[in-house]
Write a protein that binds this ligand. Structure first.
Ligand code: IPE
Ligand code: IPE
Ligand code: MG
Length: 249
């Protein structure tokens, strides 16, 4: 039998770095893109695309539970998305409100811990309270950690972390990758092993700029409302074929 090149590579890596690398991503981040194109291809209002996108999120979270992914971070709304028409922004806020009421409690029963990261000061008061309540109610869950990026921008996050360093009076010689990372919006969010973007676009659009330094990137043509278990599995399989090097020989 031909030796499997992947096991050879793993064996080499194991010799170089100690234990065999895990081929499964523990932490996945998804840029959920393509709701607008999904809706316009069907002659539907954009809000319907976002609604279908929320269904895709539900399916994907359940698939991530089955695949035993520890952490899933999803990009729901960027700092730049406020520039969209007011009725579209309104429909996204409304949908988030409904999702917290209808979908996330079901997921909580399946052991999902949900946390939001990003700016909170521009979210309407009632919604901000619902977010805090959901985070508190699911704090003891541990089956899947779901992180929802809302009013999130990677640059804004780094600016805010810098402000926190200054406010905390950290002297320049103590500024390090660790002291900065501790001041990101969500210090417990693990760096993603794998970042998936749907809809064929191949860019990060300001998502997890710091945390994705060594992430594997997978771009798929599927529009977000059509994403689900099969597409997630395919991305995880693609990840397993990659050789991560982290700069080492
Ligand atoms: C992603 O879908 C959802 C958000 C950015 C809120 P889009 O609405 O960006 O979909 P396209 O890119 O217009 O198709
Ligand atoms: C990125 O998608 C933001 C989210 C998926 C929430 P966009 O549709 O806003 O990104 P661009 O404008 O195509 O870069
Ligand atoms: Mg888009």
């Amino acid at each position: 039998m031909e030796p499997d090149p992947r096991s050879q590579r793993q064996a080499a890596a194991a010799t170089a770095r100690g234990p065999e690398p895990d081929e499964r991503p523990r932490s996945i981040a998804i840029i959920m893109d393509g709701n607008g194109r999904w809706a316009s291809a069907r002659g539907l209002p954009v809000a319907d695309g976002h609604r279908e996108g929320a269904r895709a999120l539900r399916r994907t979270v359940e698939a991530a539970i089955d695949l035993e992914i520890g952490s899933l971070a999803v990009y729901a709304f960027s700092t730049e998305n406020w520039a969209r028409p007011a009725d579209e922004v309104g429909s996204i806020l409304e949908l988030l409100d409904e999702t917290i009421d209808r979908e996330l409690p079901d997921l909580a029963r399946q052991g999902v811990r949900t946390r939001f990261f990003g700016r909170r000061d521009r979210i309407p008061d009632g919604l901000r309270e619902k977010i805090a309540a959901l985070e508190a109610e699911t704090a003891a869950n541990d089956r899947l950690h779901l992180w929802i990026a809302f009013d999130y921008g990677g640059r804004a996050e780094l600016v805010e972390a810098t402000r926190r360093l200054l406010r905390d009076g950290v002297p320049p010689e103590d500024v390090s990758e660790e002291t900065l990372a501790e001041r990101l919006y969500a210090r417990e969010l693990p760096d993603p092993d794998l970042v998936i973007r749907t809809s064929g676009e191949q860019r990060l659009s300001n998502f997890l700029l710091w945390q994705s330094a060594y992430a594997e990137l997978v771009f798929v043509d599927t529009l977000w409302p059509e994403f689900g278990e099969e597409a997630l599995r395919a991305a995880v399989e693609e990840y397993a074929r990659r050789a991560r090097r982290f700069g080492a020989r």
